[in-house]
Write a protein that binds this ligand. Sequence first.
Ligand SMILES: [Zn+2]
Ligand SMILES: [Zn+2]
Length: 99
Amino acid sequence: MGYAYYEIYRDGEKIQAGYSVEAVCEEPGCEEQIDRGLAYLCGETPGGDEGGCGGYFCGEHLYMAHEGQHGERCIRCHDKGTDPLETSPDAMVATFGQV
Ligand SMILES: [Zn+2]
Ligand SMILES: [Zn+2]
């Protein structure tokens, strides 16, 4: 038995999930047809967890989680998990500005 259909709470709202539930990618402007199976989930736990928001995204809008984390992430949650000192262009500018 898989998890074809179940109901979860996300942000206090009950939504239907599971790979039998048809959905559209939640990335604004994206119309890609997906389902609400774990393969399209941001994070590891339906409804959201510390790593992901619980949104469902198409393959183009999901990114591999950082090392040591599992599952996949939407772009917002992916960015949230990065070290800002290493990747933020603002940090670079600030460093140069102080010389
Ligand atoms: Zn997310
Ligand atoms: Zn998409």
